[in-house]
Design a protein around this ligand. Structure first.
Ligand SMILES: [Zn+2]
Length: 132
């Protein structure tokens, strides 16, 4: 038999004292879970900001690279234009990776916030522990 965490919903072995999220199965203490949720939430926000930065840098690089490549091509510098075109493409890939990172971090942030709220609710209603 496994026990399901009341905070995050994950299953843990029956003999474990604490869930990965910080919830204490034995005492019903939620302080650790609240702390963990706050840390996870902050890390996720860092990821969202980082992803946003990658998108901005990637789009800017692609636009500048593309414009410069176009100009160089018109001026007859085919090889340079091709190189900058490639750099522009790499920038687009960076922007896409940034977008994926941002979406994932947003989901992680929402999950951590939900976990934090569940833990806070439990803290406010200690009698709910008796139902475990
Ligand atoms: Zn948990």
């Amino acid at each position: 038999m496994a026990r399901r965490c009341q905070i995050c919903g994950k299953l843990s072995p029956t003999q474990s004292q604490r869930c990965d999220c910080g919830y204490d199965f034995v005492t019903g203490e939620v302080g650790g879970a609240i702390e963990r949720a706050n840390i996870d939430s902050q890390l996720a926000v860092t990821g969202i900001v980082g992803g946003g930065g990658m998108i901005a840098a990637g789009v800017l690089g692609a636009v500048l690279g593309g414009a410069l490549a176009w100009w160089l091509a018109l001026e007859g510098f085919a090889v340079l234009a091709w190189g900058l075109g490639c750099a522009g493409s790499v920038s687009l890939v960076i922007a896409v990776v940034g977008l994926v990172k941002m979406v994932k971090a947003t989901a992680a942030q929402r999950e951590a916030a939900r976990r934090g709220r569940t833990a806070e609710d439990r803290k406010a209603l200690p009698e709910a522990r008796a139902l475990d």
